[in-house]
Ligand binder design. Structure first.
Ligand code: ADP
Ligand code: ZN
Ligand code: ZN
Length: 734
């Protein structure tokens, strides 16, 4: 190596390869901090990569390519965030470059500069102050100039004060040099909340006091509060305290829970502006929110899963609302869990995390029971609301109208007659889950998935697994019979049946078909208002909404999940039932919950209904312990799919051999690599699917195996003929 050789920079690139890449450093650049973005050539493409470390120049090294540009003067990731992301890449087994790219808003991922978040403010020039009285009375420019004579004003404030036409007026004044503008950082000084807090219940106040005593060091608190117990007030109390200490707070909410109403609720009550980060924003807005948090201008961020990667240089508190929610786990690409990442980040930062839920995950409960988490409980509903009454309705021998029993229909009738609202929950969209030939038993199946097609409307069949569409055949393809009948009821059919049974009653259907786009859900609720009516829909209805006039919640079928093969199905079903039930009777009127089932004696259902979620969770934890499932063991699932079964089998067999070899070398009895198996859904979209489960009661032992196994999988020749992915702590075994 000659002295003049520039050093080598080792980069993480957003490509699916488990390694770093060496490039020749620019001659005159100083070494960036880890995570600094650079642009480099890669094959025939140009990529945005991330500086990781320098490497000694090796004379025998192959020709290295040059870094094109250094994009950041300073890294976008502070040291603590960087460490957490490096940990995440190792833990969830994903190339670091892909992890770093996922952590950034798309605009920044593509190499754009951190946006300027200063705002433009306007003021009168000297000439403007003099000319003010000469402007035509009652004109917009005059009104605007008068407004500015009170002091400089942001564009947002001008728009608010003057309304439509303000910009035009401004242009005219600017053309005559009567106004001038400058940029300033948006103020984040305290402002007065627009809404006062209700008086906290004793339990709420105690929870806030306990949380605030945890400030300044790492700890985890589980806030277990029944639905309607006022968990948000507790979060707000803790956030106020965090802000008063000069710190930033992050609130994670499930995908569906982050409505404009929720954002407004926090905004009205806190003494600072609240920033939001969710899928409804444009890429520019996301990058701006990221920048404002990075600069400390934003003090409170509320966002969905990926908001957990936001910079928080002055972090003081993390809150994960509805911590049990499935949307915190990313199901493709970098399969991280936002709650778990929040915990790891908080430990590095030395700050507390609050995990809130009416139905905590068994993982979280397990830690709380072992004394590792502080455990705060809100056992009663806020403001004197009573818990709903639960009735189990045995469907055996009942005549059903599109899945609805007589007693239930009568209960809905009474509810409407009282001038109140009912919610009918069914976790199946479409008209009917199956279309059946009454003559020969044929049913319409997906040709690519071996699963029934769902009937939508009367004419369309759609596969909910691969999206394939067909029209309903005119006759049974097997026997030519004409009696093709829909079996079972999805939300469409329930809507139709309820409309026929309750003519003239307001009826709103909430599912993926009717509820698309930003705040479609909020608009549905607004349309219904407080008049008597019925909401029918899927799990979109289960979460976080306060409908004061809703007093009846009906679960059309509680049977799904009772007999599922997946170890988490029972937990999920229980959470869903409790959350749906929690929508009823949240205000002054008492609520009732109706649960239709063909298995009223099922022990899981019995425990849940008679003794509540905590008792259910305890029983379920005992079962998991006996069966050796999480949280008593740790899993990693290797999934693969291929058009041909030979390719699939060859890959899984090779992967299994690799795992056993790695375990044999270590004589590690703590880890088990089970033989390959077909996936629970063995064919999807025409591809055959299989999987391999690795399991251990000892997390570090499992991790140590994965550190060897994951990179080795890339080198398998068999890997080239399949699509594969590794899922650490899978949410389900599908
Ligand atoms: P959770 O998230 O625990 O289900 P919320 O935080 O949404 O419950 O609160 C339920 C309802 O109770 C909301 O309408 C809220 O404004 C109200 N509420 C919360 N705390 C109080 C209180 N201390 N006094 C009166 N009403 C309250
Ligand atoms: Zn037939
Ligand atoms: Zn299909």
């Amino acid at each position: 190596m000659r002295d003049s050789d520039p050093p080598i920079w080792r980069l993480a690139l957003p490509v699916p390869l488990p390694r770093l890449f060496d490039y020749r450093a620019p001659a005159d650049a100083s070494t960036p901090a880890p995570g600094g973005r650079v642009r480099v050539p890669f094959g025939s493409r140009s990529l945005v990569g991330f500086f990781v470390e320098t490497a000694p120049a090796a004379p025998e090294a192959p020709e290295l390519r040059d870094i094109e540009t250094v994009l950041d003067p300073a890294t976008l990731f502070d040291a603590k965030l960087w460490q957490a992301l490096v940990w995440a890449a190792r833990y969830w087994q994903r190339p670091l470059g892909e992890v770093l790219a996922t952590a950034l808003p798309v605009a920044l991922r593509q190499g754009e500069a951190l946006p300027d978040t200063r705002e433009r403010v306007w003021s009168l020039t000297e000439a403007g102050a003099t000319a003010l009285s000469g402007l035509r009375r009652d004109s917009r420019p005059r009104a605007l100039a008068e407004h500015l004579s009170g002091g400089a004003c942001s564009e947002a404030a001008l728009a608010l004060a003057l309304g439509a036409g303000w910009r035009d007026a401004l242009r005219r004044l600017e053309a005559r040099a009567l106004v001038e503008s400058s940029l300033r950082a948006p103020p984040h000084e305290a402002r007065r909340p627009t809404r006062a807090a209700p008086e906290l219940s004793a339990a709420q106040a105690e929870a806030v006091t306990t949380l605030n005593a945890l400030a300044g060091r790492f700890s985890v608190a589980l806030l277990e509060g029944v639905t309607g117990s006022g968990k948000t007030e507790v979060y707000l109390g803790a956030i106020e305290d965090c802000l008063a200490r000069g710190r930033q707070a992050l609130v994670l909410v499930p995908e569906i829970g982050l409505t404009p109403q929720a954002i407004r609720r926090y905004g009205e009550r806190l003494p600072v502006p609240v920033l939001a980060l969710h899928s409804g924003l444009s890429e520019n807005e996301r990058a701006a929110a990221f920048a404002r948090m990075a600069r400390g201008e934003g003090r409170v961020l509320i966002g969905t899963r990926s908001a957990v990667f936001s910079p928080l240089p002055e972090a003081g508190l993390f809150i994960v609302d509805e911590e049990h929610d499935g949307s915190y786990k990313q199901q493709d690409g970098f399969r991280y869990h936002a709650r778990d990442f929040a915990l790891v980040r908080a430990r590095g930062l030395g700050i507390p995390v609050v995990l809130g839920s009416a139905t905590p995950s068994l993982e979280t409960l397990h830690h709380a029971r072992a004394g590792r988490y502080a455990w705060l409980r809100l056992r009663e509903r806020a403001g004197g609301a009573k818990p709903p009454q639960v009735r189990v309705l045995d469907l055996r021998g009942q005549r059903l109208e599109s899945g609805l029993s007589r007693p239930l229909l009568e209960a809905i009738d009474r509810c409407l007659a009282r001038g109140e609202q009912a919610l009918v929950f069914r976790n199946r969209r479409g008209y009917a889950p199956v279309l059946l030939c009454h003559d020969c038993g044929w049913h319409a199946g997906c040709a690519r998935c071996d699963r029934p097609l769902t009937l939508h409307g009367r004419h369309r069949l759609i596969c909910h697994h691969c999206g394939q569409r067909r029209s309903v055949p005119p006759a049974c393809p097997d026997c030519g019979g004409l009696a093709l009948v829909p079996q079972g009821a999805g939300t469409e059919r329930l809507e139709e049946a309820l409309a026929a049974r309750f003519p003239g009653v307001a009826l709103v259907r909430v599912d993926r078909e009717t509820t698309r786009g930003r705040d479609a859900l909020g608009k549905h609720f607004e349309a219904l208002g407080e008049r008597p009516g019925i909401l029918v829909g899927t799990q979109m209805l289960a979460k976080g909404h306060d409908l004061p006039n809703l007093t009846l919640a009906a679960i059309v079928s509680a049977d799904e999940g009772l007999f599922s093969a997946d170890f988490r199905a029972g937990e999920r079903m229980a959470q869903l039932l409790v959350q749906v039930a929690g929508r009823a009777g949240r205000a002054q009127r008492p609520g009732e919950v109706w649960l239709q089932t063909h298995h009223p004696e099922h022990p899981m259902l019995q425990t849940l209904v008679t003794r509540g979620y905590p008792a259910f969770a305890e029983a379920e934890l005992a079962d998991r312990a006996a069966a050796g499932f999480p949280p008593f063991s740790h899993l990693a699932l290797l999934r693969a799919e291929a058009p041909r079964v030979e390719a699939l089998d060859a890959f899984l067999a090779a992967a299994h051999a690799l795992a056993r070899e790695a375990l044999g070398a270590r004589r590690d009895a703590a880890v088990q690599a089970h033989p390959p198996m077909p996936a629970p859904m063995p064919r999807r979209a025409g591809r055959l699917r299989g999987q391999l489960l690795v399991e251990s009661s000892h997390r570090p032992a499992l991790q140590s195996l994965l550190q060897t196994l994951y990179p080795a999988l890339f080198d398998l020749p068999e890997a080239r003929r399949v699509r594969w992915s590794l899922d650490v702590d899978p949410a389900d075994l599908y």
